[in-house]
Design a binder for this molecule. Structure first.
Ligand code: COA
Length: 175
């Protein structure tokens, strides 16, 4: 369970700085743990804030980000789409587009709090299923997603950002 002080809510452009910080820190730690090298360069911190400000400014009912805060500070986020970007996805398939928690808080239930909200939002939007993509070797994340009913559906391919294999996970969202 996440700490009772954790607040989970829909992010807007004002949350760009906190989300960008969590994003940069979590990616760096996750890639180091998995020993994967990023192709090309990661955005500088200020560039990442601008990217998020732009993205969050465009959020709507179909593509939005949920943020988790502790004492007013962002500690994790989840980007959700009610329409999967996968061309083979049937209507009514949503997508978990990104999920990151500050590395100092891993294992503290923040990821679960974000996923619980994301799945509730997808169901409320009428999604009967959802997909997400993960590095095939990211076993801790795959184990985490299994708790929410996500399992590999056999689709895979190289991750353009690292060249390493990615796997698609699929879940049926029951109400
Ligand atoms: C995957 C992630 C979002 C989970 O968030 P979290 O707040 O740590 O998750 P919770 O505390 O709710 O749940 C703990 C579970 O997360 C998983 N987990 C993944 N990485 C972990 C880590 N380094 N430390 C602890 N748990 C981790 C485990 O399955 C763990 O379950 P366990 O206790 O049975 O081992 C977070 O670890 C993260 O940001 N990882 C880096 C980015 C990433 O891999 N994102 C998902 C793939 S795109």
């Amino acid at each position: 369970m996440a700490d009772a002080a954790i607040e989970v809510f829909r992010a807007d452009a004002e949350d760009a700085e906190g989300i960008a910080r969590v994003h940069g820190r979590a990616r760096a730690k996750a890639y180091a743990d998995l020993d994967v090298a990023q192709r090309g360069r990661e955005p500088l911190p200020a560039e990442r804030v601008e990217l998020w400000r732009d993205l969050l400014g465009r959020d709507d009912d179909r593509a939005f980000t949920i943020v988790a805060e502790d004492g007013g500070e962002a500690v994790g986020f989840c980007s959700v789409s009610t329409e999967s970007r996968d061309p083979d996805a049937p209507d009514g398939t949503g997508e978990i587009a990104a999920l990151y928690v500050d590395p100092e808080r891993w294992g503290g239930g923040i990821g679960a709090a974000l996923m619980t909200q994301a799945v509730a939002d997808l169901r409320e939007a009428g999604c009967a299923a959802a997909t997400l993509w993960v590095l095939a070797e990211n076993a801790p994340a795959i184990r985490f997603y299994a708790r929410f009913g996500f399992a590999p559906d056999g689709l895979g391919g190289p991750d353009p950002q690292t060249g390493r294999p990615k796997a698609r996970l699929h879940a049926t969202l029951t109400s």
